[in-house]
Design a protein around this ligand. Structure first.
Ligand code: ADP
Ligand code: MG
Length: 290
């Protein structure tokens, strides 16, 4: 395209609620082959909710919830928010030795009780036997729930079934992108079974799951090494390195400031239709698609 038409394209994009940082971004956006989407907050609403609490070595749901919510006081993760909401109104206790384990969960002490809250991997790393929870873990994940385990003093206590719904227009927007010929990939720290269940629902082709925050950029590099021209779409601080590594970084409207600063393209609305609009526009085919 001529420099003139690209400048016009940047202006045109703004009318669609798509902020393009520079002409280079729009040019690169016109030759993409693969689109990678963060799951939480990008494909999904990013407002997970606790749907169910299952108990193992405990008999009080409220007590398990109180322990979990007390521990999550130190976390800003969306899953922490979900647990805090479920425990709204409960008296929480202060936690000592609080630690965040990136991509795994959180730990700390409540009085003399050692607590772990997170995925199976986190508990196993701390020598907690999870077999008791395995059947339920597998079932919940297959249904698209994110199961979060609570352990107290080395024993599994509870499993929180947490659901984060797809954004209501994600399926439609992804269908548009499929029709336009892109390969669609999900990139997430969540477990592979949950991720695949949600990917199937969304119409995503490939899933890269169980990725640590620092592994997201690496995953983009791997796709690029295979000759793919890659866009990364994300909303979180976690996504910034991957947004920077991608040929085109696209930040979701309403996402973190770090994601927006890093991305070449920012969607003003939190809808994946913005991605389809931006890419169609970059190819100059917008008029034919609408
Ligand atoms: P995502 O890519 O979906 O944002 P993360 O990398 O942030 O995922 O987290 C991966 C997994 O680690 C979560 O699915 C969850 O099992 C566990 N986890 C991370 N942080 C927390 C937390 N604060 N409380 C409970 N579990 C957590
Ligand atoms: Mg996210």
């Amino acid at each position: 395209a001529t420099p003139m038409s690209i400048t016009a394209g940047v202006g045109r994009a703004a009318e669609f609620g798509v902020l393009v940082k520079d002409a280079d971004a729009l040019q690169k956006a016109s030759s993409l082959t693969t689109l990678v989407f963060d799951k939480t907050g990008t494909l999904t609403e990013g407002k997970p909710q606790v749907i169910d609490v299952h108990l193992f070595n405990a008999n009080e749901q409220q007590q398990a919830l109180r322990l979990a919510a007390s521990l999550e006081q130190g976390s800003h993760h969306p899953l922490a928010q979900a647990i805090a909401e479920k425990a709204a109104g409960m008296a929480l206790s202060p936690v000592t030795d609080f630690r965040t384990h990136g991509g795994l969960g959180v730990s700390g002490h409540l009085g003399a009780t050692a607590l772990l809250l997170g995925n199976r991997e986190l508990l196993e790393q701390h020598q907690v036997d999870c077999h008791e929870a395995d059947t339920l873990l597998a079932k919940q994940a297959a249904e698209g729930f994110t199961p979060v385990l609570l352990a107290a003093n080395g024993k599994v206590v509870a499993l929180f079934s947490i659901r984060d719904s797809l954004r209501e227009d994600s399926i439609d927007a992804l269908r548009r992108l499929h029709r336009a010929g892109y390969k669609l990939v999900m990139l997430t720290g969540d477990n592979p079974v949950t991720a695949n269940a949600i990917a199937r629902l969304a119409g995503i082709d490939d899933v890269i799951a169980g990725v640590r925050p620092e592994g997201k950029a690496e995953a983009i590099k791997t796709l690029q090494a295979r000759g793919e021209q890659v866009a990364m779409v994300g909303d979180g601080i976690n996504d910034a390195p991957a947004l920077a590594q991608a040929d085109v970084g696209i930040a979701m409207g309403g996402g973190s400031d770090v994601a927006i600063e890093t991305a070449a393209i920012t969607l003003m609305r939190p809808s994946l239709h913005g991605v389809a609009d931006a890419l169609a526009l970059s190819k100059g085919t917008l008029r034919n698609m609408k």
